[in-house]
Design a protein around this ligand. Structure first.
Ligand code: AMP
Ligand code: MN
Ligand code: MN
Ligand code: MN
Length: 280
């Protein structure tokens, strides 16, 4: 059975490895099929594709889009998208612009709290003019000694109700799914258990997602406990959704799962790759 990992990040968003390093790392871990799914950016796909060809890995063009649904942030993964599709390219560019504005607000919040220089500090991690996210602020804050690790820095500073949090409006769910679909891709709800939706809200989300043309949910992801994976395997069967598997790898030392090193999909799930000829 091929080793399939359909969710990971490079330095193009908030990962620690360049697309080249990431694909080489995947090859060394025995991954056969890899989707690079940077947050709101597809700028790493071309480089990743070149190295994947060398390493005999099947590279899936992916992206992880930040979405606002009923005031809550959701992540929607797009698989097999066309990175040249204009609507998608423009949509992602507008989300990145929003990230730049939010970063200034986060820095202003931290300033008020007496933590100075965080914007420059975060950009030192992201790269000047590159996509900026909370992970880059987190790395700066840990480096400065404000928290001991990534998990605790989020808890202390970067989530709702904490000093370095700035509320933000992401793309509507309907737009994200439309961009993915119109570019030929398949839309997947990333790490669904993380949103802590009650039963009714979850059903409403899944029905709305299906109605928009969404097709899959992540069942195996670093964000899920084994119980949550089984729960979402059942939800996927119940709703007629396909099931995906991804490590959500961000880099050595920062991630729960290494590339390709996570459990298989539970039996009875229909894999999101079931009709991908190159994979089966
Ligand atoms: P953003 O999209 O900029 O709001 O940042 C979201 C990213 O922050 C996620 O993709 C993770 O990489 C990271 N993140 C969120 N929560 C945590 C956490 N509790 N611990 C470590 N990283 C986190
Ligand atoms: Mn991330
Ligand atoms: Mn995510
Ligand atoms: Mn991710």
């Amino acid at each position: 059975m091929p080793n399939i990992d359909l969710h990971c990040h490079s330095t193009v968003s908030d990962g620690l490895l360049t697309p080249t390093q990431l694909v080489k790392h995947a090859a060394a871990r025995g991954v056969d099929v890899l989707a690079l799914t940077d947050h709101d950016d597809i700028g790493g796909l071309e480089e990743a594709r070149r190295i994947a060809a060398e390493k005999k890995i099947t590279l899936i063009n992916g992206v992880e889009i930040s979405v606002d649904w009923r005031g809550q942030t959701l992540h929607i993964v797009g698989l097999n998208i066309d990175p040249a599709h204009l609507q998608l390219v423009r949509g992602l560019s507008s989300i990145r612009d929003g990230r730049t504005v939010r970063a200034c607000k986060i820095a202003a919040q931290l300033d008020k709290f007496g933590i100075h220089g965080s914007l420059e500090g975060a950009y030192a991690h992201a790269g000047e003019g590159r996509l900026i996210g909370r992970t880059h602020f987190a790395r700066f804050l840990v480096q400065q000694g404000y928290a001991k690790d990534m998990k605790s820095v989020f808890k202390k500073y970067l989530v709702k109700g904490k000093p370095g949090y700035a509320p933000h409006q992401w793309a509507p769910l309907s737009d994200a799914v439309a961009w993915i679909r119109s570019s030929g891709g398949r839309a997947v709800i990333a790490h669904p258990a993380r949103y802590k939706l009650g039963k009714d809200a979850l059903d409403e989300l899944l029905l709305e997602f299906l109605a928009l043309g969404g097709e899959a949910v992540e069942v195996i992801t670093a964000s899920h406990t084994p119980e949550q994976s089984l729960l979402f395997a059942r939800h996927s069967q119940r709703m007629g959704l396909l099931a995906s598997r991804g490590s959500d790898f961000h880099g050595p030392g920062e991630s729960y799962f290494d590339l390709g090193r996570m459990p298989e999909l539970p039996p009875n799930c229909t894999p999101v790759w079931h009709d991908w000829n190159r994979v089966m």
